[in-house]
Write a protein that binds this ligand. Structure first.
Ligand code: PLP
Length: 432
Protein backbone atom coordinates (compact mmCIF):
# COMPACT_ATOMS: atom_id res chain seq x y z
CA UNK A 1 0.00 0.00 0.00
CA UNK A 2 2.81 2.42 0.83
CA UNK A 3 6.09 3.16 -0.89
CA UNK A 4 8.16 2.46 2.21
CA UNK A 5 8.17 0.30 5.35
CA UNK A 6 8.30 3.30 7.67
CA UNK A 7 4.72 4.30 6.76
CA UNK A 8 1.68 2.58 8.23
CA UNK A 9 -1.90 3.24 9.21
CA UNK A 10 -3.23 3.20 12.78
CA UNK A 11 -6.60 2.30 14.31
CA UNK A 12 -7.89 5.84 13.71
CA UNK A 13 -7.23 5.43 10.00
CA UNK A 14 -4.38 7.95 10.22
CA UNK A 15 -1.09 7.67 8.39
CA UNK A 16 1.83 6.93 10.70
CA UNK A 17 5.56 7.24 10.21
CA UNK A 18 7.89 5.32 12.53
CA UNK A 19 5.01 4.83 14.92
CA UNK A 20 4.03 8.53 15.06
CA UNK A 21 0.53 9.61 14.02
CA UNK A 22 1.03 12.20 11.27
CA UNK A 23 -2.18 14.03 12.16
CA UNK A 24 -0.88 14.49 15.72
CA UNK A 25 2.48 15.65 14.36
CA UNK A 26 0.69 18.24 12.23
CA UNK A 27 -1.24 19.45 15.31
CA UNK A 28 1.86 19.57 17.48
CA UNK A 29 4.29 21.24 15.08
CA UNK A 30 1.99 22.95 12.57
CA UNK A 31 2.05 22.67 8.80
CA UNK A 32 3.77 22.72 6.39
CA UNK A 33 6.03 20.21 8.10
CA UNK A 34 8.83 17.95 6.93
CA UNK A 35 8.97 14.67 8.87
CA UNK A 36 11.82 12.17 8.62
CA UNK A 37 12.16 8.68 10.04
CA UNK A 38 15.46 8.07 11.76
CA UNK A 39 14.68 4.34 11.91
CA UNK A 40 14.36 4.20 8.14
CA UNK A 41 17.52 6.26 7.52
CA UNK A 42 19.56 4.03 9.82
CA UNK A 43 18.10 0.91 8.25
CA UNK A 44 19.09 2.03 4.74
CA UNK A 45 22.63 2.86 5.95
CA UNK A 46 22.89 -0.65 7.40
CA UNK A 47 21.66 -2.23 4.19
CA UNK A 48 24.40 -0.50 2.20
CA UNK A 49 26.95 -1.52 4.79
CA UNK A 50 25.79 -5.13 4.65
CA UNK A 51 26.07 -5.01 0.86
CA UNK A 52 29.83 -4.52 1.19
CA UNK A 53 30.07 -7.13 3.93
CA UNK A 54 28.09 -9.77 2.09
CA UNK A 55 29.47 -9.24 -1.38
CA UNK A 56 32.82 -7.47 -1.13
CA UNK A 57 34.53 -8.67 2.07
CA UNK A 58 33.71 -5.36 3.71
CA UNK A 59 36.31 -3.77 1.45
CA UNK A 60 34.33 -0.61 0.77
CA UNK A 61 32.24 2.18 2.24
CA UNK A 62 29.13 4.04 1.27
CA UNK A 63 29.40 7.82 1.36
CA UNK A 64 26.25 9.80 2.01
CA UNK A 65 25.91 12.46 -0.70
CA UNK A 66 24.82 15.16 1.70
CA UNK A 67 23.36 17.45 -0.95
CA UNK A 68 20.22 15.26 -0.81
CA UNK A 69 19.46 16.57 2.67
CA UNK A 70 22.09 18.42 4.64
CA UNK A 71 21.93 19.47 8.27
CA UNK A 72 23.95 18.68 11.38
CA UNK A 73 21.73 15.89 12.66
CA UNK A 74 21.76 13.88 9.43
CA UNK A 75 25.56 14.18 9.32
CA UNK A 76 25.71 12.79 12.84
CA UNK A 77 23.30 9.93 12.11
CA UNK A 78 24.93 8.65 8.94
CA UNK A 79 28.47 8.90 10.28
CA UNK A 80 27.36 7.07 13.42
CA UNK A 81 26.22 4.32 11.04
CA UNK A 82 29.73 4.15 9.59
CA UNK A 83 29.17 6.05 6.35
CA UNK A 84 31.56 8.68 5.04
CA UNK A 85 30.23 12.02 3.81
CA UNK A 86 30.34 13.62 0.41
CA UNK A 87 30.11 17.41 0.27
CA UNK A 88 30.03 19.69 -2.76
CA UNK A 89 30.40 23.16 -1.27
CA UNK A 90 32.02 25.09 1.54
CA UNK A 91 28.59 25.28 3.18
CA UNK A 92 28.07 21.52 3.21
CA UNK A 93 31.63 21.08 4.51
CA UNK A 94 30.97 23.62 7.25
CA UNK A 95 27.77 21.79 8.24
CA UNK A 96 29.55 18.43 8.44
CA UNK A 97 32.39 19.86 10.53
CA UNK A 98 29.92 21.69 12.76
CA UNK A 99 28.23 18.34 13.34
CA UNK A 100 31.54 16.98 14.58
CA UNK A 101 32.30 14.75 11.59
CA UNK A 102 35.97 13.76 11.36
CA UNK A 103 37.36 15.58 8.29
CA UNK A 104 39.19 12.43 7.20
CA UNK A 105 35.80 10.91 6.43
CA UNK A 106 34.73 13.81 4.21
CA UNK A 107 35.10 13.73 0.42
CA UNK A 108 34.97 17.06 -1.37
CA UNK A 109 33.25 17.16 -4.77
CA UNK A 110 32.15 19.91 -7.14
CA UNK A 111 32.83 21.15 -10.63
CA UNK A 112 33.91 24.68 -9.76
CA UNK A 113 35.36 24.73 -6.28
CA UNK A 114 36.37 28.26 -5.46
CA UNK A 115 39.81 29.15 -4.15
CA UNK A 116 38.17 29.89 -0.82
CA UNK A 117 36.53 26.45 -0.74
CA UNK A 118 39.77 24.70 -1.66
CA UNK A 119 41.66 26.55 1.10
CA UNK A 120 38.93 25.63 3.57
CA UNK A 121 39.05 21.98 2.48
CA UNK A 122 42.83 21.82 2.83
CA UNK A 123 42.85 23.58 6.18
CA UNK A 124 40.17 21.24 7.50
CA UNK A 125 42.11 18.21 6.31
CA UNK A 126 39.35 16.55 4.28
CA UNK A 127 40.12 12.95 3.38
CA UNK A 128 39.84 13.23 -0.36
CA UNK A 129 39.28 15.98 -2.93
CA UNK A 130 37.64 14.73 -6.10
CA UNK A 131 39.31 16.79 -8.81
CA UNK A 132 37.10 17.94 -11.64
CA UNK A 133 39.47 19.69 -14.05
CA UNK A 134 43.10 20.62 -14.68
CA UNK A 135 42.87 24.16 -13.38
CA UNK A 136 41.64 22.77 -10.13
CA UNK A 137 44.46 20.23 -10.03
CA UNK A 138 46.99 23.03 -10.46
CA UNK A 139 45.36 25.13 -7.79
CA UNK A 140 45.36 22.24 -5.32
CA UNK A 141 49.02 21.49 -6.10
CA UNK A 142 49.99 25.13 -5.54
CA UNK A 143 47.99 25.51 -2.33
CA UNK A 144 49.31 22.21 -0.97
CA UNK A 145 52.90 23.25 -1.73
CA UNK A 146 52.36 26.58 0.03
CA UNK A 147 50.99 24.81 3.07
CA UNK A 148 53.65 22.11 2.92
CA UNK A 149 51.13 19.28 2.76
CA UNK A 150 50.42 16.38 0.41
CA UNK A 151 46.73 16.26 -0.50
CA UNK A 152 44.93 13.04 -1.34
CA UNK A 153 42.88 13.36 -4.49
CA UNK A 154 40.72 11.29 -6.80
CA UNK A 155 39.84 12.27 -10.31
CA UNK A 156 36.33 12.51 -11.68
CA UNK A 157 36.07 10.58 -14.93
CA UNK A 158 33.28 10.63 -17.51
CA UNK A 159 33.04 6.93 -18.28
CA UNK A 160 30.73 7.43 -21.27
CA UNK A 161 27.75 5.72 -19.64
CA UNK A 162 24.59 7.63 -19.02
CA UNK A 163 22.00 5.92 -16.84
CA UNK A 164 18.62 7.21 -15.82
CA UNK A 165 15.59 5.38 -14.53
CA UNK A 166 15.06 2.20 -16.54
CA UNK A 167 17.42 2.83 -19.40
CA UNK A 168 21.10 3.30 -19.74
CA UNK A 169 23.21 4.01 -22.74
CA UNK A 170 26.85 3.96 -23.62
CA UNK A 171 27.09 7.44 -24.95
CA UNK A 172 30.78 8.05 -25.09
CA UNK A 173 29.34 11.40 -24.23
CA UNK A 174 31.82 14.09 -23.39
CA UNK A 175 29.19 16.79 -23.12
CA UNK A 176 28.96 17.08 -19.36
CA UNK A 177 30.22 19.85 -17.15
CA UNK A 178 31.65 17.30 -14.73
CA UNK A 179 35.04 15.66 -14.95
CA UNK A 180 37.54 14.37 -17.50
CA UNK A 181 36.54 12.50 -20.66
CA UNK A 182 37.97 9.04 -21.25
CA UNK A 183 37.32 8.72 -24.98
CA UNK A 184 39.49 11.56 -26.24
CA UNK A 185 42.47 10.90 -23.97
CA UNK A 186 41.75 13.91 -21.76
CA UNK A 187 41.49 11.79 -18.62
CA UNK A 188 44.78 9.98 -19.27
CA UNK A 189 46.69 13.23 -19.85
CA UNK A 190 45.21 14.66 -16.67
CA UNK A 191 46.18 11.58 -14.67
CA UNK A 192 49.74 11.90 -16.02
CA UNK A 193 49.87 15.44 -14.73
CA UNK A 194 48.44 14.47 -11.38
CA UNK A 195 50.96 11.67 -10.98
CA UNK A 196 53.77 14.14 -11.69
CA UNK A 197 52.58 16.58 -9.02
CA UNK A 198 54.66 16.57 -5.85
CA UNK A 199 52.06 17.82 -3.43
CA UNK A 200 49.09 15.75 -4.45
CA UNK A 201 48.72 12.01 -4.07
CA UNK A 202 46.36 10.45 -6.57
CA UNK A 203 44.60 7.61 -4.76
CA UNK A 204 41.70 6.77 -6.99
CA UNK A 205 39.14 7.39 -9.68
CA UNK A 206 35.55 8.51 -9.45
CA UNK A 207 32.50 8.42 -11.70
CA UNK A 208 28.82 9.16 -11.26
CA UNK A 209 26.55 7.93 -14.02
CA UNK A 210 23.12 9.33 -13.21
CA UNK A 211 20.26 9.27 -10.76
CA UNK A 212 17.15 7.20 -10.06
CA UNK A 213 18.81 4.11 -11.58
CA UNK A 214 16.71 0.94 -11.20
CA UNK A 215 19.17 -1.58 -12.55
CA UNK A 216 22.49 -3.08 -11.47
CA UNK A 217 23.81 -3.42 -15.02
CA UNK A 218 24.94 0.20 -15.57
CA UNK A 219 26.97 0.07 -12.34
CA UNK A 220 28.63 -3.14 -13.53
CA UNK A 221 29.46 -1.54 -16.87
CA UNK A 222 30.80 1.57 -15.13
CA UNK A 223 33.00 -0.60 -12.89
CA UNK A 224 34.38 -2.42 -15.94
CA UNK A 225 35.12 0.76 -17.87
CA UNK A 226 36.72 2.39 -14.84
CA UNK A 227 38.84 -0.67 -14.00
CA UNK A 228 40.17 -0.82 -17.52
CA UNK A 229 41.39 2.75 -17.10
CA UNK A 230 42.62 2.02 -13.56
CA UNK A 231 44.74 -0.78 -15.02
CA UNK A 232 46.01 1.38 -17.89
CA UNK A 233 47.34 3.81 -15.27
CA UNK A 234 49.03 0.88 -13.55
CA UNK A 235 50.65 -0.57 -16.67
CA UNK A 236 51.51 2.58 -18.63
CA UNK A 237 52.39 4.98 -15.83
CA UNK A 238 53.52 2.50 -13.19
CA UNK A 239 51.12 4.14 -10.78
CA UNK A 240 49.03 1.84 -8.62
CA UNK A 241 45.81 3.36 -7.39
CA UNK A 242 43.89 1.98 -4.43
CA UNK A 243 40.37 3.41 -4.60
CA UNK A 244 37.47 3.30 -7.00
CA UNK A 245 34.39 5.43 -6.43
CA UNK A 246 31.37 4.34 -8.47
CA UNK A 247 29.12 7.25 -7.53
CA UNK A 248 25.48 7.31 -6.49
CA UNK A 249 22.12 7.36 -8.21
CA UNK A 250 20.41 4.30 -6.69
CA UNK A 251 16.69 4.37 -7.45
CA UNK A 252 14.00 4.95 -4.84
CA UNK A 253 10.24 4.60 -4.78
CA UNK A 254 8.13 7.66 -5.34
CA UNK A 255 5.22 5.54 -6.56
CA UNK A 256 4.25 2.03 -5.53
CA UNK A 257 5.14 0.76 -9.02
CA UNK A 258 8.77 1.96 -8.91
CA UNK A 259 10.88 -1.19 -8.78
CA UNK A 260 13.91 -0.25 -6.70
CA UNK A 261 16.80 -2.72 -6.40
CA UNK A 262 17.21 -3.75 -2.73
CA UNK A 263 20.16 -1.67 -1.50
CA UNK A 264 21.90 -4.69 0.01
CA UNK A 265 22.08 -6.22 -3.47
CA UNK A 266 23.85 -3.51 -5.45
CA UNK A 267 27.33 -4.79 -4.72
CA UNK A 268 26.72 -8.41 -5.75
CA UNK A 269 27.11 -8.02 -9.52
CA UNK A 270 29.63 -5.20 -9.23
CA UNK A 271 31.75 -7.37 -6.95
CA UNK A 272 31.77 -10.23 -9.43
CA UNK A 273 32.74 -7.91 -12.29
CA UNK A 274 35.48 -6.23 -10.25
CA UNK A 275 36.99 -9.53 -9.13
CA UNK A 276 36.90 -10.88 -12.68
CA UNK A 277 38.56 -7.78 -14.14
CA UNK A 278 41.24 -7.61 -11.46
CA UNK A 279 42.04 -11.28 -11.98
CA UNK A 280 42.37 -10.71 -15.71
CA UNK A 281 44.64 -7.69 -15.18
CA UNK A 282 46.59 -9.32 -12.34
CA UNK A 283 45.98 -6.40 -9.97
CA UNK A 284 44.64 -6.12 -6.44
CA UNK A 285 40.95 -5.38 -6.06
CA UNK A 286 40.40 -1.73 -5.19
CA UNK A 287 38.68 -0.33 -2.13
CA UNK A 288 35.26 0.71 -3.40
CA UNK A 289 33.17 3.72 -2.53
CA UNK A 290 29.58 4.26 -3.56
CA UNK A 291 27.75 7.53 -2.99
CA UNK A 292 24.03 7.17 -2.33
CA UNK A 293 22.27 10.44 -1.57
CA UNK A 294 18.61 10.19 -2.47
CA UNK A 295 18.19 6.59 -1.35
CA UNK A 296 19.47 7.24 2.18
CA UNK A 297 16.81 9.83 3.00
CA UNK A 298 14.11 9.94 0.34
CA UNK A 299 11.60 7.33 1.49
CA UNK A 300 12.32 8.23 5.12
CA UNK A 301 10.71 11.61 4.59
CA UNK A 302 7.22 12.96 4.05
CA UNK A 303 5.70 16.42 4.06
CA UNK A 304 2.46 17.33 5.82
CA UNK A 305 0.16 20.14 4.77
CA UNK A 306 -3.25 21.47 5.71
CA UNK A 307 -5.74 21.51 2.87
CA UNK A 308 -6.93 25.07 2.17
CA UNK A 309 -9.09 26.11 -0.72
CA UNK A 310 -10.47 23.52 -3.09
CA UNK A 311 -11.30 24.93 -6.53
CA UNK A 312 -13.19 22.82 -9.01
CA UNK A 313 -13.10 24.15 -12.55
CA UNK A 314 -15.93 22.28 -14.32
CA UNK A 315 -14.71 19.95 -17.06
CA UNK A 316 -11.13 20.98 -16.38
CA UNK A 317 -9.80 19.92 -13.01
CA UNK A 318 -9.85 20.40 -9.26
CA UNK A 319 -7.10 22.33 -7.56
CA UNK A 320 -6.47 21.39 -3.94
CA UNK A 321 -4.41 24.17 -2.37
CA UNK A 322 -1.94 23.47 0.43
CA UNK A 323 0.03 25.66 2.81
CA UNK A 324 3.31 24.89 1.07
CA UNK A 325 4.49 24.74 -2.52
CA UNK A 326 7.47 25.07 -4.79
CA UNK A 327 9.41 27.04 -2.19
CA UNK A 328 9.66 23.92 0.00
CA UNK A 329 9.34 21.26 -2.74
CA UNK A 330 10.43 22.54 -6.16
CA UNK A 331 10.79 19.12 -7.75
CA UNK A 332 7.51 18.93 -9.62
CA UNK A 333 7.98 22.45 -10.95
CA UNK A 334 11.55 21.57 -11.96
CA UNK A 335 11.12 18.08 -13.38
CA UNK A 336 7.53 16.91 -13.11
CA UNK A 337 8.58 14.40 -10.47
CA UNK A 338 6.15 11.72 -9.38
CA UNK A 339 4.88 11.65 -5.82
CA UNK A 340 2.37 9.63 -3.84
CA UNK A 341 -0.15 11.94 -2.16
CA UNK A 342 -2.84 10.98 0.33
CA UNK A 343 -5.15 12.47 2.92
CA UNK A 344 -3.42 11.47 6.15
CA UNK A 345 -6.57 11.52 8.29
CA UNK A 346 -8.56 9.36 5.82
CA UNK A 347 -6.09 6.72 4.70
CA UNK A 348 -8.64 3.90 4.74
CA UNK A 349 -11.10 5.71 2.49
CA UNK A 350 -10.93 5.03 -1.25
CA UNK A 351 -8.47 7.17 -3.18
CA UNK A 352 -10.83 8.00 -6.02
CA UNK A 353 -10.69 11.77 -6.17
CA UNK A 354 -8.61 13.31 -8.95
CA UNK A 355 -6.77 16.32 -7.60
CA UNK A 356 -4.09 18.73 -8.68
CA UNK A 357 -2.13 19.76 -5.61
CA UNK A 358 -1.29 23.46 -5.80
CA UNK A 359 1.04 25.51 -3.64
CA UNK A 360 0.68 29.09 -2.46
CA UNK A 361 3.36 30.74 -4.58
CA UNK A 362 2.61 33.30 -7.29
CA UNK A 363 3.41 30.95 -10.17
CA UNK A 364 0.96 28.87 -12.20
CA UNK A 365 3.60 26.15 -12.27
CA UNK A 366 3.62 25.97 -8.49
CA UNK A 367 2.21 22.45 -8.30
CA UNK A 368 3.22 19.41 -6.29
CA UNK A 369 1.40 16.84 -8.42
CA UNK A 370 -1.20 16.96 -11.20
CA UNK A 371 -4.27 14.78 -11.59
CA UNK A 372 -3.33 12.42 -8.81
CA UNK A 373 -5.76 10.14 -7.00
CA UNK A 374 -6.37 10.95 -3.33
CA UNK A 375 -9.15 10.45 -0.79
CA UNK A 376 -11.92 13.03 -1.12
CA UNK A 377 -10.41 16.21 0.37
CA UNK A 378 -12.09 18.73 2.64
CA UNK A 379 -10.80 22.03 3.96
CA UNK A 380 -8.72 21.35 7.06
CA UNK A 381 -7.67 17.81 6.11
CA UNK A 382 -4.00 16.88 6.42
CA UNK A 383 -2.42 16.08 3.07
CA UNK A 384 0.72 13.96 3.09
CA UNK A 385 3.22 13.79 0.25
CA UNK A 386 5.44 10.72 0.62
CA UNK A 387 9.12 10.25 -0.28
CA UNK A 388 10.09 13.88 0.17
CA UNK A 389 13.20 13.23 2.26
CA UNK A 390 15.65 13.96 -0.57
CA UNK A 391 16.10 17.15 -2.59
CA UNK A 392 13.17 18.91 -0.91
CA UNK A 393 14.49 20.72 2.15
CA UNK A 394 17.91 20.96 0.48
CA UNK A 395 16.40 22.69 -2.56
CA UNK A 396 13.96 24.89 -0.65
CA UNK A 397 13.96 28.67 -0.98
CA UNK A 398 12.22 31.69 0.49
CA UNK A 399 10.34 32.51 -2.71
CA UNK A 400 7.49 34.94 -1.98
CA UNK A 401 9.17 35.35 1.40
CA UNK A 402 7.73 32.10 2.59
CA UNK A 403 9.49 30.65 5.62
CA UNK A 404 11.08 27.24 5.28
CA UNK A 405 9.15 24.69 7.37
CA UNK A 406 10.75 22.88 10.30
CA UNK A 407 12.08 19.36 10.02
CA UNK A 408 10.98 16.86 12.65
CA UNK A 409 12.80 13.56 13.13
CA UNK A 410 10.77 10.59 14.33
CA UNK A 411 12.06 7.39 15.85
CA UNK A 412 10.17 4.56 17.54
CA UNK A 413 7.08 6.68 18.18
CA UNK A 414 9.02 9.73 19.48
CA UNK A 415 9.51 13.02 17.66
CA UNK A 416 11.94 15.92 17.92
CA UNK A 417 12.75 19.04 15.91
CA UNK A 418 16.09 18.78 14.08
CA UNK A 419 15.77 21.98 12.05
CA UNK A 420 13.67 24.83 13.38
CA UNK A 421 11.13 26.48 11.13
CA UNK A 422 12.12 29.91 9.92
CA UNK A 423 10.52 33.03 11.36
CA UNK A 424 9.73 36.34 9.67
CA UNK A 425 12.70 37.81 11.55
CA UNK A 426 14.92 35.21 9.85
CA UNK A 427 13.69 36.51 6.52
CA UNK A 428 15.01 40.03 7.12
CA UNK A 429 18.11 39.02 9.07
CA UNK A 430 20.49 39.88 6.28
CA UNK A 431 18.55 42.81 4.87
CA UNK A 432 20.23 46.17 5.37
C1 PLP B 1 24.23 13.82 -6.72
C2 PLP B 1 25.44 12.99 -6.59
C3 PLP B 1 25.39 11.79 -5.86
C4 PLP B 1 24.12 11.26 -5.25
O1 PLP B 1 23.17 10.96 -6.20
P1 PLP B 1 21.78 10.30 -5.73
O2 PLP B 1 21.00 10.20 -6.98
O3 PLP B 1 21.17 11.26 -4.76
O4 PLP B 1 22.10 9.01 -5.11
C5 PLP B 1 26.55 11.08 -5.73
N1 PLP B 1 27.71 11.51 -6.26
C6 PLP B 1 27.79 12.65 -6.96
C7 PLP B 1 29.09 13.07 -7.50
C8 PLP B 1 26.67 13.43 -7.14
O5 PLP B 1 26.76 14.56 -7.85
Amino acid sequence: MFVSDCYNVNEKGHLTISGCDTVELAEKYGTALYVMSEDEIRSVCRRYKSSFERHYNGNGTALYASKAFCCKEICRIVTEEGLDLDVVSGGELYTALAAGVDAKHIHFHGNNKTMQELCYALESGVGDIVVDNLNELHRIEKLSAEKGVVTSISMRIKPGIDAHTHEFIRTGQIDSKFGFALENGEAFEAVKEAVACENVELIGLHCHIGSQIFDKAPFVLAAQVMLKFYNKIHTELGKTLTHLNLGGGFGVKYKEADAAVPYEDYMSDVSEAVHAACKEYGIQVPYIYIEPGRSIVCEAGLTLYTVGDIKTIPNVRTYVAIDGGMYENPRYALYQSDYTCLIANKVNEPADFTATIAGKCCESGDLIQENTLIQKPEVGDILAVLSTGAYNYSMASNYNRNTRPPVVMVRGGESRVIIKGETYEDLVRNDV
